[in-house]
Design a protein around this ligand. Structure first.
Ligand code: NAD
Length: 440
């Protein structure tokens, strides 16, 4: 008999949950599902998403058991996988992460720079909590974590729970690889084999081959030098994302040997980017007025009508990598993924204890790393600065240290001075009093 899997989605009230649930359903011939459980610590928010997903599942896959809860024991007992996408503090806090630095002319972004540091200080506890529940109630389960800021979360989980069954993964390289496959005339990123090194939201492709071993870098580099990353007709992106994809051209120009992750723009052009952002209306506002409103209004409509037929519920096509990853573990597929893992020599001339993003082969017993050799001085210099920011944030969280967090902000390439770091930190502390550990 085919094995069927039980999955808990942590952060059940997330705007991404309906897309993930529908994607799981669409992929169920590859990855059969017995039960989907949603878990969130905000029951009111989750109820709207969960009731709508419940109606959809009853109508389209009545054989799949479905439930939702804010009770950890009920959520995490008897499961095979946790898909974790929590946002501690929700969009209200993301708005503060972005707007506080911008008041001082410093880039305000979800995962990069001061905003990412503030978000990291909130996320560490939330992700550890989910991991603890999973280990208490389903010790054999795996957690596939894509909660942000993934770099800081991965550093914390590796430091505090080194033996836990958690894989930290990000969808940005996947999206960019799809774009590059398109540039090279391939149908899918799965037809490429890549070499990549970096930290999360801070990395570079240095090799891209097709299945026959032909070098695709020249054609992709030529395209990006001219255009940045393309946006396909069916990919509807907000203006801020369109700007990011286009700006890859400027980021690429700094090192034309490699292809950069788009998030590097925040570190390489921090002042130009900050100057172009509206301190009164940031990406958080764009999402609250856009995706969040849309997802919740579709869910409310489904609930009111009592049916999902004719609704705008859509599977998240990009999220199929989550099923690929779960299958790699469940069925030992030995597929390659970019994961955020302890370096331990995989990047030869870089700190051994760093959590680096590199290609790995994933199977039943976890991952094997694919060595990326020595990296160039420019990337090494940038990564050394950034990895120490991330390590200092985790130190600050563990030790409750104001000093270390001030150092982290000061060291960030996005922050111009220790003075700017201090005013931003002091405002962050007030804004995050319900979420951060006390800093002394
Ligand atoms: P959202 O605010 O819509 O949803 C997050 C949910 O998490 C909320 O319902 C909230 O109540 C819940 N939550 C917060 N703390 C919790 C806790 N301790 N326990 C249980 N639930 C908790 O946010 P979103 O925009 O859907 O994003 C969710 C997460 O996924 C974010 O961290 C985002 O950055 C991340 N994300 C990651 C990737 C990636 O590939 N790395 C891609 C997209 C989104």
């Amino acid at each position: 008999m085919t094995q069927k899997y039980t999955i808990t989605v942590a952060g059940g009230g997330s705007t991404f949950t309906p897309g993930i649930v529908l994607m799981l359903l669409k992929e169920s011939s590859r990855f059969p599902i017995r039960k989907i459980m949603l878990y969130d610590n905000d029951p009111e928010r989750q109820k709207i998403i969960a009731e709508a997903c419940g109606i959809y599942l009853r109508e389209n896959a009545p054989e799949i058991e479905f439930g939702y809860t804010d009770d950890p024991k009920e959520a995490f007992t008897g499961i095979d996988f946790v898909l974790a996408h929590i946002r501690v503090g929700k969009y209200a806090m993301r708005e503060k992460d972005e707007k506080i630095p911008l008041k001082y002319g410093v880039v305000g972004q979800e995962t990069c720079g001061p905003g990412g540091i503030a978000y990291g200080m909130r996320s560490i506890g939330g992700v550890l909590e989910i991991l603890n529940y999973m280990e208490a109630y389903s010790p054999d389960a795996w957690m596939l974590n894509y909660s942000n800021p993934a770099a800081i979360v991965a550093e914390a989980t590796n430091r505090l729970r080194p033996d836990s069954k958690i894989l930290n993964i990000c969808d940005m390289p996947i999206d960019l690889e799809e774009k590059m496959a398109g540039i090279a005339g391939l149908k899918s990123r799965k037809e490429m084999q890549v070499g990549y090194y970096g930290l999360n939201h801070f990395g570079w492709w240095h090799q891209i081959y097709d299945k026959a071993g032909n070098d695709l870098m020249p054609v992709i580099r030529a395209y990006i030098a001219e255009n940045g990353f393309p946006v396909s007709a069916e990919q509807q992106v907000d203006d801020s994302w369109a700007h990011t994809f286009k700006m890859a051209r400027e980021v690429y120009a700094i090192d034309p040997e490699t292809i950069p992750n788009t998030y590097l723009k925040y570190y390489l052009f921090p002042y130009e980017i900050a100057a172009g952002l509206d301190p009164e209306y940031t990406r958080a506002n764009e999402v609250m007025d856009g995706r969040e409103k849309k997802v919740f209004s579709v869910c409310r409509e489904i609930i009111e009508k009592g049916t999902s037929s004719g609704s705008n519920f859509e599977a998240d096509a990009h999220a199929t990598y989550i099923v690929d990853l779960a299958r790699a573990i469940a069925e030992n597929t030995q597929e390659r993924f970019l994961l955020i893992v302890p370096n331990e020599g995989a990047i030869e001339n870089f700190e051994r204890t760093a959590m680096v993003e590199i290609p790995c082969i994933v199977g039943k017993n976890g991952y094997e790393k694919i060595c990326q050799g020595k990296i160039p001085r420019f990337q090494k210099g940038m990564m050394e600065q950034q990895v120490n920011v991330e390590k200092l944030v985790v130190d600050a969280w563990i030790e409750g240290s104001y000093q270390k967090l001030w150092q982290a902000l000061t060291l960030s390439k996005t922050v111009p001075s220790a003075a700017a770091a201090k005013v931003i930190l002091d405002e962050f502390i007030q804004a995050n009093e319900d979420y951060w550990p006390e800093l002394t």
